[in-house]
Design a protein around this ligand. Sequence first.
Ligand SMILES: [Zn+2]
Length: 208
Amino acid sequence: MEERNQLVETSRRLVSDGINRGTSGNVSLRFGQGFLITPSGIEPNRMSADDICLLDKAGNLIEGQKPSSEWRMHRDVYLARPDIHAMVHTHSTFATTIACMEQDVPPFHYMIAVTGGNTIPCAPYALFGSQELSDAAVTALGKGYACLLAHHGMLAAGYTLDHALAVTVEAESLCEQYWRLLQTGKVPLLNDAQMAAVHDRFKDYFKR
Ligand SMILES: [Zn+2]
């Protein structure tokens, strides 16, 4: 029950923080051999712990009514990344804007390192809820903690729900800054050595 309440709380926080609107986006948490995920089509302020769905690692519905249509993407990241225990998917405005430009976010700011690499990669477009989208997301995420989904939104992953939420907020903020920079027509970037020094300093930034 505690984990289900955490998912409801996180979903509400994404709305109150202006990251998500309406019923878009979803949140999940690794649970036993499977995972818990928010339901399809229920606004976070109307959502209760009983609405949270439990799926096994094959994607079979164990408890709940109708899981988020993006359950495949969550399942496949959990299968591919044993270090990941929570995920947040959003259609947040600025991440989605950059995703609609089919662009990676380059290292214009040192905080890009928080997302795991030197860029926030953008996965190619695929139909929402499809296996093709899930495969593209797993590939784009790689060993990192965030990726954009072309013409769709963003996926953030973490070793805890707090970590996944922190990455989501930071990635959205970086996308907003990048979008503003694009208006100037000039985006100076940090080089690999400068980013390597940041990664080194960030080893303990998010405590496990
Ligand atoms: Zn979506």
